[in-house]
Design a protein around this ligand. Structure first.
Ligand SMILES: Nc1ncnc2c1ncn2[C@@H]1O[C@H](COP(=O)(O)OP(=O)(O)O)[C@@H](O)[C@H]1O
Ligand SMILES: [Mg+2]
Length: 394
């Protein structure tokens, strides 16, 4: 019997958290980022930098910043500058500045006692700690819009301005904000906005040729030689381009296609494997978009999907969802968030197109807001969310 072989050489190179050493087609943006922060290497205490990186999903924002962070800290250490790069996904902390800063502080100082300080207190402790260690930090706030959603203007203003008010002390903390577009910054008042928007690096969508290069590079890292033919890469790049130039989507498609090929013991990945993998992915909603949601947004959406599954209704109310959301929380051992917070989820999830709302006419339930699913079956949505949540649990 033929020994079972895999088309993969190293699947981990296709993992969403893997950051490749080289990012083709982002060289210019990488140089620009280094340029913006280059003074930190020479005169770290003179000034703090603020840069925003924007771009649609899968345009390489997170990867670019992490690559930059690794290189920057390496350069700094060569010059004996004690620089740290801390990358936080703010959505994971529901955009709560206090939790985000506390996380940053524990990265710097794992033994720091966690207490019920406010955000300002934690920021002070953070700066003091940096003073004591004569250290500097670039705080990369990924999914930055979640802070604006959760906290509004004052918090953002304090974050950037507080250290400027420390008299005769070195500047310790630079901010690298990462977000899809500048839409949410419109909600900030002028002063908060102007502290942020001086330096903006916009990552344009990838076109097909760029996606082909990116995928080819990943194929070399992750697959055995000659197992992924050119037309497979080309088809995958086409599909990823249709998904608004989303490189992550392309990489995930490739990974799944490889799985289908392995399942049938094929020596090569075939276009049909790519087609199978695209139809296994949620058709009109991208899985990567689902993946970017915070834990409780996922749980809330799972609750929503399951209400629809169980009730068979076309429309449901928030309170109906809330009950099943609480059950989902129990299942995943999470404490439910407040009713007000759930209202915010309804708004952000509807902006992102996962659900839609409608105000009912004067019916038996009175005038109320109803939720419906615009583009996907409840079963598929629940299944996709359960898969993502199970992975998160591991
Ligand atoms: N230029 C590139 N070269 C190689 N891989 C890339 C490039 N751009 C994006 N990727 C990969 O595509 C995926 C999505 O990128 P990511 O940085 O997560 O996008 P974003 O944060 O903008 O949503 C990641 O796996 C990343 O490593
Ligand atoms: Mg990202």
């Amino acid at each position: 019997m033929k020994r079972h072989q895999s088309v993969f050489k190293d699947e981990s190179k296709l993992d969403i958290n893997f950051v490749p050493n080289r990012l083709p087609h982002r060289e210019k943006e990488h140089r620009l980022l280094m340029e913006f922060f280059s003074f930190l290497l020479k005169y770290p205490d003179r000034m703090a930098q603020r840069v925003l990186v924007t771009g649609e999903i899968g345009t390489g924002k997170t990867a670019l910043c992490q690559r930059f962070g690794a290189e920057m800290t390496l350069e700094a250490h060569k010059r004996s500058v004690n620089l740290h790069y801390i990358h936080v996904n703010c959505r994971e902390y529901r955009g709560k500045l206090f939790l985000i800063l506390q996380h940053a502080l524990t990265v710097l100082k794992p033994t720091f006692p966690q207490r019920g300080y406010g955000a300002e207190e934690v920021l002070k402790a953070l700066l003091q700690n940096l003073d004591e260690e004569n250290a500097y930090v670039i705080l990369a706030l990924d999914e930055f819009d979640s802070i604006i959603e959760a906290e509004g203007s004052d918090a953002v203003y304090n974050l950037t301005r507080m250290q400027e008010m420390r008299q005769n002390k070195p500047q310790r903390m630079s901010i690298l904000g990462i977000m899809r577009d500048l839409e949410s910054t419109k909600r900030l008042d002028d002063s908060a906005r102007s502290t942020l928007q001086r330096n903006i690096i916009r990552l344009e969508r990838y076109g097909k040729p760029q996606l082909v290069d990116i995928l080819n590079e990943r194929v070399t890292l992750a697959f055995e030689p000659y197992t992924v033919p050119e037309d497979v890469v080309s088809l995958t790049a086409d599909l990823a381009q249709d998904e608004s130039g989303n490189a992550r989507f392309g990489i995930e498609l490739l990974w799944r296609a490889g799985k289908y090929a392995d399942a049938e013991d094929k020596e090569k990945v075939q276009p049909e494997d790519v087609r199978k993998s695209i139809s296994s992915i949620i058709p009109s909603l991208s899985r990567t978009e689902l993946d970017d949601l915070g834990l409780h947004e996922k749980l809330f959406l799972l609750g929503t999907a399951e209400v629809f599954l169980e009730s068979g209704e076309a429309y449901v109310t928030l309170s109906e969802i809330e009950k099943i959301y609480a059950v989902a929380c129990e299942e995943f051992d999470e404490k439910p968030v407040s009713h007000t917070q759930l209202w915010k989820y309804v708004q952000t999830l509807s902006v992102r197109g996962f659900l839609k709302t409608e105000v009912s006419g004067e019916g038996s339930r009175g005038r109320s807001t109803l939720v419906y699913l615009p583009s996907i079956s409840a079963e598929e949505l629940a299944k996709a969310l359960r898969a993502l949540l199970a992975r998160q649990e591991r």
